[in-house]
Design a protein around this ligand. Structure first.
Ligand SMILES: [Zn+2]
Length: 290
């Protein structure tokens, strides 16, 4: 009887120790997430805003407006990549609930559909232009559209290379360098207001150590990927994470809120899913990321 009690007591001690360890681990995880959420900036990554193309890169106009209204009514302050980098480098505070809105590629619907909504809520945004496509293809903005948006003071234009060449797959490093320097020069020359182009979004989010160095050498301050996560001051500024608002055909307000607010939790889950995707597709399919 006494022996039974002693075993029970021992088991209880083990259970208590395991529970305490679990609580400690959870507390550390919550603390890390809180710290990350406090310092990190969500950089929203959009492409097309329209009601006709129902692909994974498109957010329809109504949903986009609901998302912008949400930011506007919930105390978010839109900033530019330069404002974020200035604050990080000078150690100055960012505004309450900072957020960066970005669009890749420079689609015409950014001007026709997104810009009126941004103007309505007075939200700043950054468009990463494929400079050779501007005014060349009908689905892309023209330099006059760019000028108009630039004059509003709300829209900032940065680089997405000359022709959307995936930089790691460029025929040579020299070609990649040409894409980096040429687009910067073309955007600066065409806008002509003296503001330097200092940021880039890598086409398809592709980069490696050589591309990072070439980007730095071309005079950029920072570069954005398409990896899900918050942009954080502790990160290498040439591989900054963003919050993709694409990759799904449903961009409801709920999904938007989850991706925006739970990025510190969902981003590592998403990374795990991506890591498992090739070798263990079934296992990866069980990891649900909104
Ligand atoms: Zn792109």
């Amino acid at each position: 009887m006494l022996k039974g009690c002693a075993i029970l007591q021992k088991r209880c001690k083990w259970l208590l120790a395991a529970a305490a360890a679990l609580v400690a681990v959870l507390a550390i995880v919550v603390l890390c997430l809180f710290q990350s959420a406090k310092q990190g900036v969500p950089v929203l990554n959009y492409h097309q805003i329209n009601d006709t193309e129902k692909n994974a890169l498109t957010v329809n106009t109504e949903q986009f407006e609901a998302q912008m209204k949400y930011l506007s009514e919930n105390g978010y302050t839109t900033i530019t990549p330069a404002e974020m980098l200035d604050a990080w480098e000078n150690g100055t505070a960012l505004p309450e609930k900072p957020v960066i809105i970005t669009f890749d590629d420079g689609y015409l619907d950014n001007y026709n559909h997104a810009y009126p909504v941004l103007e309505k809520y007075q939200l700043k945004a950054t468009i990463f232009l494929i400079s050779d496509y501007v005014g060349t293809y009908p689905n892309y903005v023209t330099w006059s559209d760019v000028q108009d948006m630039n004059d509003s003071g709300l829209i900032d234009f940065e680089s997405h290379t000359l022709s959307h060449e995936e930089l790691t797959k460029a025929p040579s490093l020299d070609e990649a360098k040409h894409q980096l320097a040429g687009s910067k020069e073309a955007i600066e020359w065409n806008i002509g207001d003296g503001k330097p182009v200092r940021f880039i979004a890598y086409p398809c989010g592709e980069y490696d150590a050589d591309i990072e160095q070439a980007t730095k050498d071309a005079g950029y301050r920072a570069a954005f990927t398409v990896n899900y996560g918050l942009a954080e001051p502790s990160e290498n500024p040439f591989i900054l994470d963003r919050v993709p608002i694409f990759g799904s055909n449903s961009h409801t307000l709920l999904r938007f809120k989850l991706r925006l607010r739970l990025a510190p939790v969902l981003a590592p889950l998403n990374r795990l899913k991506m890591d498992l995707r090739d070798d263990h597709p079934t296992l990866a399919s069980f990891i649900l990321v909104p």
